[in-house]
Write a new protein. Structure first.
Length: 154
């Protein structure tokens, strides 16, 4: 009888932890913070693509269309990578100088080594917004990522 009660408690605890514990967050906590590599300061997405090569050799080149990066209009984000071989690239876009929320988009492979997605960046009365576009690569033992930076006018 004790064994049945103990098994019942164990099963209840396991099922409860499945529903109430965020194991993905717990796993990310064990791996630690994301170690980002940023684009070179002189790179300007208004003029052309920006390249980032991660410590493992994975390379990403981000390009944005239209080049003026308008707010409240469709903007296309295009990433080219010679050595990334998955169907999507997750990209988190967020403002640095004001909380405008995070837009998490998935760039889909449109042809070999080329990924694209569209997004509408929100507007703000403040103007001159600074933005980050982050790619986060989850590895078994750590997290690494590419941080692209750009500005928008009004």
């Amino acid at each position: 009888m004790k064994n049945i009660f103990f098994m019942f408690l164990l099963v209840t605890a396991l099922v409860g932890s499945y529903f109430f514990v965020d194991f993905n967050s717990l796993f990310n906590d064990v791996r630690g913070e994301v170690k980002f590599t940023s684009q070179l300061d002189e790179c300007d997405l208004h003029k052309g693509p920006c390249d980032i090569t991660l410590e493992d050799g994975t390379n990403f080149a981000l390009e944005v269309f239209p080049k003026d990066i308008p707010l409240m209009k469709t903007v296309t984000f295009k990433i080219t990578s010679k050595n990334y071989n998955k169907d999507i690239i997750p990209l988190d876009i967020y403002a640095k100088n004001m909380n405008m929320g995070t837009q998490s988009i998935k760039l889909k492979k449109i042809k070999e080594n080329v990924y694209e997605s569209n997004v509408i960046l929100p507007t703000c009365i403040r103007g001159n917004m600074k933005w980050n576009a982050d790619i986060i690569m989850d590895k078994v033992s750590h997290r690494t990522g590419a941080k692209f930076k750009f500005k928008t006018d009004y």
